[in-house]
Structure formats: structure tokens, C-alpha cells
Design a protein around this ligand. Structure first.
Ligand SMILES: *[C@@H]1O[C@H](CO)[C@@H](O)[C@H](O)[C@H]1NC(C)=O
Ligand SMILES: *[C@@H]1O[C@H](CO)[C@@H](O)[C@H](O)[C@H]1NC(C)=O
Length: 313
């Protein structure tokens, strides 16, 4: 009986379930630290964005620790209240004690139980840490990073740190970095890929200013990045952890930031990814700063959460 009910459901659902959502930084537009009510407002807004059929129900986070107060990220409780799934993040660059991050996840799992753990799509150990130690990252002043072997070591630490919690032990653990670190012809990221269950890939044709990176080439550039990452992925699934195009901001090589270009990027790259069966966390729902010199990737402009352009596919 149960089997036939499930079979009926499966026939009615898309063939593969995929997580779709946005990235969420730790600060609001005005620079204040996001608290639970901020995250709840954003998670609810993401689910009700015009034209998106309520598909943006997942949140990628960069850290598991709450801003200045410590303890679990308040986004966890907001996710429970809004039924938002989570790609958890563990901050490792320049972080001498990642155990604090692991403890924050364990603490939420013990206080909230399956209401929290059922929402966990996976855990990313780090974010763009290898990129920051490449020549490109150093030249752009990206700050401290971690080399691939160091990232792999942190992944093992997280794996063993969570292994005692049966609800978390089976969750996919991986890493997020820029496509060019994975695509490196020397296969520099092999230790990270080996240690990971999934490969989180960030790729932004807008920033690839050494190429002909105008919007007219953005789709082909994006898919070339994805193919180059896949070639070194050892068969591990690639999760789209960040991509997008800014609606305003500086010129980047041949790329211009504009609402029209952001809309075109979303229509081409966004819509094709969202229908591909991949997990996608778009960059991003709302900016984390109002600084006009920082490209504005937010798909909504303000607290009314009105899309800047058409988000239907
Ligand atoms: C490529 O790998 C080499 C090590 O083999 C490293 O020094 C370099 O920074 C890497 N470049 C990128 C863009 O990942
Ligand atoms: C973008 O590139 C992919 C991969 O080559 C292709 O399948 C898709 O049709 C392209 N989309 C557009 C809008 O050109």
C-alpha cells in the first residue's frame, strides 16, 4: 500500500528533487548583524518571490556560529520556523578553532533534534579558502585562506566531529570554492575532491575579466567553467553554490552591471540550472552591504523584497 502511494507520488513529482535557494551572509544591508527575525523575513520572502513558484526554499550559510554572541547561527531557528532547508557552512579561513563551528551545529542538533537535522542538505567546510591563497586571490587582497591539503584536513575533522550524532553523520560533507581552483590543470584540489561528498562550485563570468566576459558570452563561459570543474570532480556531484550577475556596480573587463544584464543572466544560466536537477543556491537574495562600489547581486532591492527583474523561467 505504502509503496504504491509512494510510486504515485513519485510519478507526480519532478524526476529528481533538488535544493533551490539563495546564499545568506551574516549582515543586513545597513551592516548590522542578522538576527533570527531578519533571517525569517528573508526566508519567507525567498519562498514568495513573484514568478518563482515558491521553489527557493533553501539557504546556504557561511558560518554556523552567530555573529557577536556565539552559539548556533540564528538562521538555524529561523529555518526551523519557516521550513527552510540548509546548506550549513563552517568558516575555516583564519579561524584557529573550527571546533566552535562544529559545536554550534551539535548544539542545535541536540536542542532542536530532527526539526533541525531533517533540514540539513549538507555541510560545506570552508568557502573560497583555496581561491584566497591563489595568485589571483592574493592579488585581489582576499585575506587569509587555506591550501587544499589544509581544507582536506578540516573536512576530516568535521566528519569525525559530527560522526557521533546519528542524524548528522550521514549528511553530505564537502567544500565550496571558485571554479578555477578545481579547474587547475595541475589538479591542485585533488585532496579536497577526494575528501568531499560534493563539490560546491562558485563561478561568476562577470568577474572573469581576462576573458571576453560580456553578457553575450556569459552562458557559454559559465558552462565551460562547470565542464572544467566536472573534469576534475572524480565523479562527485557538483552543487551550484554561487552564481549571479550584478544589477549595478563597476565595469569588470567587458562585463557591465545592469538590471537588463542581470535579468538576461538569470534567464539563461539561472533558468537552465534550475531545470537541470542540480542543487542551486543563487547569489543572492539581498545584498549584505549598501556600499555602491560593491557589485549588487541581490535580486531584490530593499526590505519590500520586490524582484528587480522578472524571475520566472
Ligand atoms: C594551481 O595550482 C598551483 C599548484 O600546483 C597553485 O600554485 C596555483 O595557485 C593554482 N592556481 C589556481 C588558479 O587555482
Ligand atoms: C547555455 O549553454 C548550455 C550549455 O552549452 C546550453 O545547453 C544552453 O542551451 C545555453 N543557453 C542559452 C540560453 O544559450
Amino acid at each position: 500500500m505504502r509503496t504504491s502511494v509512494l510510486a504515485g507520488l513519485a510519478a507526480a513529482l519532478p524526476s529528481t528533487f533538488a535544493y533551490h535557494g539563495f546564499n545568506y551572509g551574516a549582515t543586513n544591508l545597513d551592516g548590522s548583524v542578522r538576527v533570527q527575525s531578519d533571517y525569517e523575513a528573508q526566508f519567507n520572502a525567498a519562498k514568495s518571490l513573484a514568478g518563482t513558484n515558491g521553489q527557493f526554499t533553501s539557504a546556504r550559510l557561511y558560518t554556523s556560529v552567530q555573529g557577536t554572541t556565539g552559539g548556533p547561527n540564528s538562521a538555524f531557528a529561523a529555518a526551523v520556523n519557516t521550513q527552510t532547508s540548509l546548506l550549513l557552512g563552517i568558516w575555516i579561513s583564519g579561524n584557529p578553532n573550527i571546533q566552535t563551528e562544529i559545536d554550534a551545529i551539535l548544539s542545535a542538533a541536540s536542542s532542536q533534534g530532527s526539526a533541525f537535522t531533517d533540514l540539513v542538505a549538507g555541510i560545506s567546510v570552508g568557502s573560497e579558502d583555496a581561491y584566497r591563497v591563489t595568485d589571483l586571490g592574493i592579488a585581489s587582497g582576499a585575506g587569509p585562506g587555506v591550501d587544499p591539503q589544509g581544507i582536506a584536513n578540516y573536512i576530516s575533522q568535521v566528519r569525525s566531529g559530527l560522526s557521533g550524532n546519528s542524524a548528522l553523520a550521514g549528511k553530505p560533507i564537502g567544500h565550496v570554492d571558485t571554479y578555477n581552483t578545481y579547474a587547475n590543470s595541475s589538479n591542485w584540489m585533488a585532496p579536497v575532491v577526494e575528501a568531499s561528498d560534493f563539490i560546491g562550485m562558485n563561478a561568476f563570468p562577470y568577474f572573469e575579466s581576462t576573458k571576453a566576459n560580456g553578457i553575450e558570452n556569459a552562458n557559454s563561459t559559465y558552462y565551460a567553467d562547470l565542464a572544467a570543474t566536472e573534469a576534475n570532480a572524480q565523479g562527485k556531484p557538483i552543487w551550484v553554490t554561487e552564481t549571479g550577475w550584478p544589477s549595478s556596480g563597476p565595469v569588470s573587463g567587458a562585463a557591465t552591471a545592469s538590471v537588463a544584464n542581470a535579468e538576461e543572466y538569470y534567464a539563461q544560466v539561472g533558468c537552465s540550472l534550475l531545470s537541470s536537477g542540480r542543487n542551486v543556491w543563487w547569489y543572492t537574495l539581498q545584498d549584505s552591504t549598501a556600499d555602491a562600489s560593491v557589485p549588487s547581486f541581490g535580486v531584490v532591492s530593499d526590505l519590500s523584497f520586490t524582484p528587480k527583474y522578472d524571475l520566472s523561467c
